[in-house]
Design a protein around this ligand. Sequence first.
Ligand code: KIV
Ligand code: ZN
Length: 509
Amino acid sequence: MSSNSNLVLIFDTTLRDGEQSPGASLNEAEKLQIAHALARLGVDIIEAGFPYSSSGDFKAVNRIAQEVKGSIICGLARATEADIEKAGLALEPAEKKRIHTFIGASDIHLEHKLKLTKAQCLEKAVKMVKFAKSITQDIEFSAEDAGRANPEFLFELIEAVIEAGATTINIPDTVGYITPFEFGHLIKSIKETVKNINQAIISVHCHNDLGLAVSNSLAALLNGARQVECTINGLGERAGNCALEEIVMILKTRQKTFDLFTNINTVEIARTSHLVSNLTGFPVQKNKAIVGANAFAHESGIHQDGVLKNKSTYEIIDPAEIGLKTNKLPLGPRSGKHALKSRLGELGYDLETAELESAYARFKELADKKKQVSDKDLISIVDERQRESVIETFFVLERLQIACGTGLPTASVEIKDLKQNTLLRTSALGTGPVDAIYQAMKELINIPADLIEFSVHSVTEGIDAQGEVTIRLKHQNKVYTGYAADTDILVASAKAYLNAANKLLEKLI
Ligand code: KIV
Ligand code: ZN
């Protein structure tokens, strides 16, 4: 495809660069769940992982390649035969596949990391693109650290790899150093200088170290790039990557200005963002553009008055465009299964009978406590059920009793060992109620793991809101994220611990 059309391809790397965020590790089933969500969102290319990096990554890419339809499934590989071969093997079952191979192109990378001359780098890149081409036709080549590379060498490298068969040329600003003016100029120079550039799509991959990832991607599009690499919620190495929801909604909201479009089904954005946030345990900052909890909240009286008179006074995007429905009455204790099913359907969830039964049981429990169950509560219920369904459950919480105050915080915990069909019970003291719960859990489950992060957020506003607890347990240098929501944050804390412990045990056993 030439890069002259108005279509901007969306290449999502949440499962590869996003998963490289420290602490964002996902298990195979979670990756698969996210990949299905990305396909529903209409992402053109899903970078599912880096198959050579670990057997877990290989298996996840392979499973996504088998099960996820619609999008091109891509695997990352360094410019080595072993990496490319592994990526090819993992991608084998995919309906549409892409191998993405990369090599450092800046003087800094060549000299300090690769110890290669420019000529050696070029030769290796060409050889590896040809090798990848012997496995599949759709080949993406990335000149890592292109933002700091010598432009003349970059042009030469690009021309040579296109000649060797690369169909997409990715220009990464690996360290998030470049500015929009410079990046736009670089892409323009590539278009003007590289003779065979029209035989490939120009892609960009911007990191956000200076907060410029989205602006840089936009500058590149204005100068001829037609693929943007991005992640949900802007996850990624260090300060993250270009946020998918932002670049897509800029192009949609300012269509007349840019005259560019994407294949993204934007009503899936809110739901996908929520899913990725929950599974990675990376909360979305409240004032984050597009998907933050406050992105459509109008606080000041003047703004509220304006919006009531006419939404366009202070709203540039209708929240419904990203799948947020705000005008529905909340469900309550008298709402039946049919009402729940139909509201979930409106929110984009089509549950199977067993899933609906389980969600309904939790809904009734919550409605009895809260009286009004909002859409956000419903999404959190479904996400929790789905999260539980993708991991093997060893332990569940049966009972929890807390004594706290100015005395000695004590937790009495009873959990069920589902494998042995036994109940385990103990009490423990802690520095506070959560610590007491976790001391008791440690004693019962008996796995050496350190709690390295604990956070609580409320799902909705109000004193009766559910609290979402996210924790991270570290065991032998691997991090396991646990999540749970409940109107009682101590119950949520206990369940989140068990969620992380179940994931850890699944890996160990
Ligand atoms: O940031 C980067 O350069 C990358 C490449 C592998 C594309 O992630
Ligand atoms: Zn990157």
